[in-house]
Design a binder for this molecule. Structure first.
Ligand code: FAD
Ligand code: SIN
Length: 552
């Protein structure tokens, strides 16, 4: 029976959110960062387009706030949106300081418009960088590293964290559940609080305890609950499910963002074709060559994602297509290769030359706008537990996230969480003695097929019944299936030793339930939640908040 690994702060997740938080804490505290895979296995490393910030003289914070609120269907919290927009330029500065090689001003007359900041001077980020454009933004506002921004950000953060003596990176540790007052050895009369985590170590096949005065969920989103997704395998909503089980409210889970342009390919299912391609002038075409967005929105291909994804979905269904096409060829080979080197090279490997042929694309699940409800300092309902990044619902995104606001949220809230933990340090209790993981009543599974079968079934019906366009009937069908799955997975979890796949499936089923329950509560269409039974938008926007203490 091993002792817990005790640190000052336990961070779960090593993407932009987790590593920013850890780096914000590490000069003052000893931090462990747990990650279920390798350090760079989360969505952050896959980000393409870039990071939104007001960085050129013609742009304003107010405009960034307005664009975010318009994309978000007015459901956003304006104080949070303003806070994030105001802190965006300094977040970019910090990344540049640790070595993220943002593209610098270069003039974008080669197809890109005239409003890029190119003055090349100044100590702040403003005016220094080449800025690209994405849907829903009324200005060029996206700082980027070619078309592989996420990798550059992840790499720089991971190197900075690895070099810091106060940060321990513990990869291959899949957190199973949070340690709360229920797991304290003398569990009578103790206050509600989070004291650490139980984590499955894939090297030893054992569940270990990590404890600290504060725990930070930075576990990313849940888009792998859908059959087709742009996300890496690990986006299984673990943090949302764990927080829910520990008694935290979750909010706005019905708002699942479908990115309009995922590559349509028989073998490669989750390769994103960045929105910046439309930002720089790409056209969406039907097989006939018609530029169909003319029939849907004045902003054409640069309408917010919910609008473009719905338009593609409608055309695919209307004409019985498998995909539509994104045409860049009119922009010229030199421009395409210069601005999108990674995508160009990857497509060539797959036999598609995007300088001479349109790219086949379909919408795919991309981003979880809802999540664990947090305040402006990233605090959840449970004392000592914080949530940051895609796992959280901070009020930034509302009913539909504006492009390139996500990594930004990780960077700004990562600092806010670190500052709040430092400010409240003396009030956070030392972790009390807690009980080790109990395996006395479980055995090794004799039927792994239960996990793989349920996993496949869940993703399929979530795609078919809880996708871009919803109806009461489809949601009811999904709810019925989830009820059965929950029972089966719960029995399996109670009887058998945990494995990484079982941990993820249990969380996916929980998250699917939260999505469907939230969707069934919203009797209107807003942002990413579009219902044929309730096509109207209510006058007053309201968050959907589910509370585990009032189960209904
Ligand atoms: P992640 O980066 O996903 O990291 C989650 C971490 O949690 C991982 O380390 C994972 O291993 C760990 N974890 C999860 N569960 C557990 C567990 N149970 N135990 C231990 N560890 C766990 N956003 C933008 O702003 N701009 C873009 O250009 C952009 N492009 C994108 C392109 C793609 C293809 C994708 C998929 C997303 C893109 N996004 C973009 C969205 C953005 O990348 C993510 O929302 C953001 O990076 C999430 O960061 P995060 O730190 O919250 O989570
Ligand atoms: C993209 O590059 O299209 C993704 C941007 C984002 O998800 O914000």
């Amino acid at each position: 029976m091993s002792d817990p690994h005790t640190y000052d702060v336990v961070v779960i997740g090593s993407g932009a959110a987790g590593l920013t938080t850890a780096l914000g804490l590490a000069d003052r505290f000893r931090v462990v960062v747990l990650s279920k895979g390798g350090v760079s296995d989360g969505s952050t490393a896959w980000a393409q387009g870039g990071i939104a910030a007001v960085l050129e003289p013609g742009d304003t914070i107010l405009s960034h706030v307005e664009d975010t609120m318009i994309a978000g269907g007015g459901l956003n919290d304006i104080a949070t949106v303003t806070y994030v927009a105001e802190h965006a330029a300094s977040a970019i500065d910090r990344l540049a300081d640790i070595g993220v090689p943002f593209n610098v001003g270069e003039g974008v007359g080669d197809g890109g418009g005239s409003d890029a900041g190119v003055d090349g001077s100044g100590a702040s980020a403003a005016g220094r960088f080449h800025l690209t454009r994405e849907g829903g933004h009324s200005h060029r506002r996206i700082a980027h590293v070619d078309d592989a921004t996420g990798w550059a950000v992840q790499d720089a953060l991971a190197k900075a964290a690895a070099a810091h003596p106060n940060i321990t990176l513990a990869t291959g540790h899949a957190v199973v559940d949070l340690i709360t007052e229920r797991h304290v050895e003398t569990a009578r009369f103790v206050n509600r609080a989070c004291h650490g985590v139980y984590a499955f170590d894939t090297a030893s096949d054992r569940v270990e305890r990590f404890t600290g005065r504060a725990v930070v969920l930075a576990t990313g989103g849940a888009s792998r609950v859908y059959l087709f997704s742009t996300n890496p395998d690990g986006s299984t909503g673990d943090g949302i499910a764990m927080a829910w089980r520990a008694g935290c409210r979750v909010s706005n889970m019905e708002f699942n963002q479908f990115h309009p342009t995922c590559l349509y390919h028989p073998k490669v299912k989750n390769f994103l074709i960045t929105e910046a391609m439309r930002g720089e002038g790409g056209h969406l075409l039907l097989p006939s060559g018609e530029r169909f967005m003319t029939r849907y929105d004045d902003r054409m291909e640069l309408a917010p994602r919910d609008v473009v994804a719905r338009a593609i979905d409608a055309e695919i269904k209307r004409l019985g297509l498998s995909h539509v096409r994104l045409d860049m060829t009119h922009l010229g080979a030199a421009f395409i290769v210069h601005h999108f080197p990674m995508i160009h090279a990857r497509l060539l490997e797959l036999g598609i030359d995007c300088t001479t042929q349109p790219i086949p694309v379909v919408p795919a699940a991309h981003y979880t706008c809802g999540g664990v409800l947090v305040d402006i300092a990233g605090r959840t309902d449970l004392p000592g537990l914080y949530a940051v990044g895609e796992v959280s619902q901070s009020g930034l995104h509302g009913a539909n996230r504006l492009a390139s606001n996500s990594i930004l949220e990780c960077l700004v809230f990562g600092v806010a969480v670190a500052d709040d933990i430092a400010a409240r340090w003396d009030a956070l209790p030392e972790p009390p003695p807690t009980r080790p993981w109990d395996e006395s009543r479980v055995t090794d599974s004799d039927e792994e097929v239960v996990v793989s079968h349920n996993w496949a079934e869940l993703r399929r019906f979530m795609w078919d019944y809880v996708g871009i366009v919803r109806t009461n009937k489809r949601l009811e069908r999904a709810a019925h299936r989830i009820k059965n799955l929950r029972k089966e997975v719960h029995e399996y979890y109670s009887d058998f030793r945990v494995t990484p796949d079982l941990i993820e499936l249990r969380n996916l089923v929980q998250v699917a339930d939260l999505i469907v329950r939230s969707a069934r509560r919203r009797h209107e269409s807003r942002g990413l939640h579009y219902s044929l039974d309730y096509p109207q938008t209510d006058a007053v926007p309201r968050d959907t908040i589910l509370d585990p203490w009032t189960r209904d």
